[in-house]
Design a protein around this ligand. Structure first.
Ligand code: NDP
Length: 338
């Protein structure tokens, strides 16, 4: 059983060498009699920014940090090989927390969804548009941002797993939407996805000027994925009664000290509402979300860009690549085909 092991807690940017590929020769593919364990064969693994937060002891996250010497844990799509649990049977496809390894023993079914796979959509979509990032974009935009037709929407990390959907949802709502991303290729991609405009924040470090150009009348909604300097600049452009949905702050995850944000008085002057949210709170609305999104996918009204790498051994590079913007779209690792 090939595995990706987390070596030890880190500071700074994560590196491939913070993880090691090993093999566990003692893996048993049968569940012992009387146990409720589920043995799964992992098919797809998701690379997500929050995983970096689990690589330090003071993660500040709601999840426990990784244990040095143990398998990396993340969200995956897997096929049940053997099950002692009455709700799961051999051959079922499941979506939930699993190990970065070929086969895993799942001891808890908390947050484990049985995938009723519609064969007209790729199974890998359950890692992105039909999975955690999709639900995040749905909850964050429709629930937290309280959007209205005609409003001005800005999305950072806009070409990523979550951002590309937020922008498309904003267009469906009849908003004006602009995204920021780290390469020209991503900027072009955003325009193809229907964003009204996009800019490369690496080539245009004067964020204030970029935002002024894109939003001469200001921003009603900021979907926050990156934090730091971007948040500071955006605050100066918020309109009265603007909303900021704080989804994440990836620019801060590798810093020992978070960057200071200076323009906070805007919150008072412009009566801005800033609200953080967490996708796990929305799990009870997962089936409602699937009913919402599947018709849009089938009608071609919402598109989804994936960045798929083959092979468990390429997982560490894919994961650390999130922090240099190597991924274009949702980063997925294929471990095995069905
Ligand atoms: P992405 O697919 O967007 O991948 C991360 C992207 O972030 C990179 O491709 C890169 O794109 C950008 N990035 C990396 N470092 C920086 C930096 N220093 N400054 C600015 N941009 C950077 O990831 P997701 O869509 O999965 O996640 C987006 C955000 O949403 C993250 O903050 C994540 O933690 C958060 N999240 C929160 C959830 C919740 O429940 N609240 C659930 C899921 C995600 P580029 O080339 O454009 O720089």
């Amino acid at each position: 059983n090939k595995q990706v092991i987390f070596k030890d807690y880190i500071s700074g940017f994560p590196k491939e060498s913070d993880m090691a590929i090993t093999c566990d020769e003692n893996m048993k593919l049968k569940v012992p009699a009387g146990s409720k364990d589920i043995v799964v064969k992992n098919l797809y693994l998701s690379c997500d920014p929050y995983m970096r937060l689990l690589m330090k002891t003071n993660s500040g996250s709601v999840w426990n940090p990784y244990t040095p010497g143990s398998t990396i844990i993340g969200v995956g799509i897997a096929k049940v090989v053997d099950s002692g649990h009455p709700d799961f049977r051999q051959g079922d496809l499941v979506l939930g927390k699993t190990g970065w390894e070929e086969y895993s023993v799942l001891k808890s079914t908390q947050g484990l969804f049985k995938i009723q796979h519609a064969t007209d959509v790729p199974l890998s979509y359950y890692m992105g548009i039909l999975g955690m990032p999709g639900l995040t974009a749905y909850a964050g935009f429709y629930d937290v941002c309280s959007p209205k037709k005609g409003e001005f929407v800005f999305v950072s990390a806009a070409s990523g797993a979550v951002g590309q959907l937020v922008g498309q949802f904003a267009k469906l709502m009849g908003c004006f939407v602009v995204g920021s991303a780290g390469t020209q290729e991503k900027v072009e991609l955003l325009k193809k996805l229907g964003f009204d405009d996009a800019f490369n924040y690496k080539e245009e470090p004067d964020l204030n000027a970029a935002l002024k150009r894109c939003f001469p009348e200001g921003i009603d909604i900021y979907f926050e994925n990156v934090g730091g300097k971007m948040l500071d600049a955006v605050l100066l452009h918020m309109r009265v009664h603007g909303r900021i949905a704080v989804c994440g702050m990836i620019s801060q995850y590798n810093l020992a000290q978070p960057e200071g944000v200076h323009n906070l008085m805007t919150i008072v002057y412009k009566r801005v509402r800033i609200q953080g949210f967490f996708v796990a709170d929305y799990h009870p609305r997962y089936s409602e979300f699937l009913d919402f999104i599947l018709p849009y996918i089938r009608e071609g009204k919402v598109k989804y860009v994936e960045d798929i790498v083959e092979g468990l051994e390429n997982g560490p590079a894919a994961l650390v690549g999130l922090f240099s913007g190597r991924n274009v779209g949702k980063q997925i690792v294929v471990v095995a085909k069905e």
